[in-house]
Design a protein around this ligand. Structure first.
Ligand code: DTR
Length: 340
């Protein structure tokens, strides 16, 4: 009888033990999820955030759920001007920044904002990516660059029609960085601020319009207030998506590879998205808000462009002691001729 009791006790102990072992090995088999935070400054519907969501989806898909990206739009984690330092400090793992908001800081890559007449976001994004890869500028050495892209060319959106240089003289228009210098050259009273501060400034009448790519007519509903667009097709704005370097270095190699493989693809995707979305925003502004699109005559274009000529020369003079400014300008001009 005693034998049977021992046997039963032993059997039960083995069962308990096996069950415990099974549980811990199941826990060990659980995929380790790497959680990353990604900060962005404008509202969720705008193009920097649309590209962010696309990147998140692709990363989660390509890492088979090993990486989970938590996105923060509208400056809820980091604001426009804090983006670079916030990512370096690790307040966010990843951040999307507009270089024009800290123009002195991104000396090399901000050259893309000079008035070269780059025709669209697809071309501009490719040029920016090539420039970054050729010069590997020190301005990004504290972070891992995940991708870069640009906006489409900037145009004037205003409450009152701008048909001539006389109309723009003294008009308070919002811009940032290099694009601001263009407005000044045309005689506008340029007011510098990030895009995220612009809706309020327009509502309150602090500015009477803005200078940016036209998708904002739809995404920020500027078409409700700005009934005129003057087509100047100048100056694009360069953007970068940067990651905390220590965090990137701590990732497994297969995840690093997914990020690296996605970099150029994301640049191209965003340029194309932006160009297509501009076309939609123009249609939307015309159809839904009866916005007038003003085309300058060839004579006017020559007159307006003449005022911009000193900007590139001045940029070379101001920067050549610190960076190979002449080489950068000549490279960008060559790339424009052969963007592929
Ligand atoms: N043109 C720049 C950058 C920019 C263009 N569209 C958006 C949308 C949301 C944020 C920034 C931008 C600018 O005017 O700030």
């Amino acid at each position: 009888m005693k034998k049977y009791v021992y046997a039963i006790i032993c059997f039960l102990l083995v069962c308990v033990c096996l069950n415990g072992c099974k549980k811990s090995s199941t826990a060990g088999d659980q995929p380790v999820v790497i959680s990353l935070t990604y900060a962005n400054f404008p509202p969720a519907s705008t193009f920097p955030c649309v590209q962010m969501e696309r990147w998140k989806t692709e990363v989660e898909k390509r890492t088979h759920g090993k990486v989970a990206v938590k996105t923060f739009s509208g400056g809820t984690l980091l604001d426009a001007k804090d983006m670079m330092d916030g990512v370096i400090a690790g307040q966010a793992d990843i951040g999307c920044l507009c270089m024009a908001y800290q123009p002195g800081r991104f000396a090399v890559t901000n050259a893309l904002a000079l008035p070269f007449g780059i025709k669209d976001a697809k071309t501009g994004s490719k040029m920016l990516w090539n420039l970054y890869n050729k010069f590997n500028p020190s301005e990004f050495e504290q972070v891992k660059v995940l991708t870069m892209f640009t906006t489409a060319p900037s145009n004037i959106m205003s409450r009152k029609a701008v048909r001539t240089l006389a109309d723009i003289k003294g008009m308070s228009l919002r811009a940032s960085g290099g694009a601001g210098e263009i407005l000044q050259a045309w005689g506008s009273n340029m007011v510098g601020m990030p895009m995220s501060a612009t809706p309020e400034a327009l509502q309150k009448g602090i500015v009477h319009g803005l200078f940016s790519s036209l998708e904002v007519m739809k995404d920020f509903s500027y078409a409700e207030l700005c009934k005129y667009v003057t087509m100047t097709d100048t100056s694009i704005y360069p953007f970068a998506v940067v990651m905390n370097k220590q965090k990137f270095d701590s990732l497994p190699d297969d995840v690093k590879k997914v990020f690296d493989d996605l970099a150029a693809e994301q640049m191209q995707w965003t340029g194309e998205y932006m160009d297509n979305h501009i076309a939609e925003a123009i249609e939307f502004s015309k159809q839904q808000h009866q916005v007038e699109f003003i085309e300058l005559t060839d004579e006017q274009k020559a007159e307006w462009n003449k005022l911009l000529e000193p900007i590139i020369e001045k940029w070379i003079e101001d920067n050549k002691a610190k960076i190979p400014a002449e080489q950068i300008v000549s490279d960008l001009k060559n790339m424009m001729e052969q963007p592929e």
